[in-house]
Design a protein around this ligand. Structure first.
Ligand SMILES: Nc1ncnc2c1ncn2[C@@H]1O[C@H](COP(=O)(O)OP(=O)(O)OP(=O)(O)O)[C@@H](O)[C@H]1O
Length: 241
């Protein structure tokens, strides 16, 4: 059984269909990247998997259980955690409290306050600081730590490097490597293709709300992914594949 299965998923913003019949699945320990241009529907897809955005049709299964109608907070308790674009921390609360507040939403497991701080050592000297006073990279580490505190079965990561300096991005990806080594399955949205190839086992290309291609990172080339990204590579039927 797949850990996470998304079946013919659709999601709208008003009349606009942002996600159009997407099928995808994630296995235990797998790292999947969603790649696509701005506005392709990646954020809406992640938010719909997390239950923050409603599905207009289709289904989301976690461990074979249909969670499509389960509200976001309950999905979080079941093991779907989202690190949202823009991080959405409690800026006036301390870093420690931002982490601890997630405990109540979560499951028991290997991640707790001590193990999360151990995995994200840049947070150690900042635990008492207000989250809003941290640099962007440090805030991103808090957001990852907060998601880990729920002991997710699946970690959804939306554009971790957005607005960060190259040095901060490196720090965030060093943290992510620790998480990935721990075997937490994840779905990552990342604009930087090199980082995508470094982190992910598999890539799904999203174009105008549809999953138009998928493949293992050791079998796809960057050129192929770029072709799908821009919709230049299409099937004989005229549709991108
Ligand atoms: N709150 C909203 N209201 C109306 N339309 C929206 C809203 N959010 C996204 N959209 C539209 O839905 C489509 C998909 O957007 P989405 O943010 O999911 O794409 P994305 O691939 O994550 O892009 P980006 O990389 O820019 O975040 C786009 O056409 C976008 O303009």
């Amino acid at each position: 059984m797949k850990l996470l299965k998304v079946q013919a998923l659709e999601a709208k913003h008003g009349l606009l269909k942002a996600v159009r019949g997407i099928d995808l699945s994630l296995d235990e320990g797998e790292k999947l990247a969603l790649v696509g241009a701005n506005g392709a529907g990646k954020t809406t897809l992640l938010r719909t998997i997390a239950g923050i955005h409603p599905a207009s049709s289709g289904r989301v299964y976690l461990d074979g259980i249909d969670v499509t109608a389960v509200p976001a907070h309950a999905r979080s308790s079941m093991g779907i955690a989202l690190v949202p674009e823009g991080r959405k921390l409690f800026g006036s609360m301390s870093v420690a409290d931002n982490l601890k507040v997630a405990t109540s939403a979560g499951r028991r497991g290997r991640w707790n306050f001590e193990s999360v701080v151990e995995a994200l050592p840049q947070l150690k000297p900042k635990l008492k600081a207000q989250a809003g006073s941290l640099s962007g990279g440090q805030q991103q580490a808090v957001a990852i730590g907060r998601a880990l505190m729920t002991n997710p079965r699946v970690l959804l990561l939306d554009e971790l490097s957005l607005g960060l300096s190259p040095l901060a991005v490196q720090g965030v990806y060093d943290s992510l490597a620790t998480v990935a080594t721990a075997g937490t399955p994840l779905i990552l949205v990342e604009q930087d293709l090199q980082r995508t190839f470094d982190v992910a086992d598999r890539i799904v290309c999203v174009l105008e709300g549809r999953a138009v291609a998928s493949g293992r990172t050791d079998e796809l080339t960057r050129e192929e992914v770029m072709d799908y990204y821009f919709g230049h590579r299409v099937s004989a039927s005229g549709e991108a594949v």
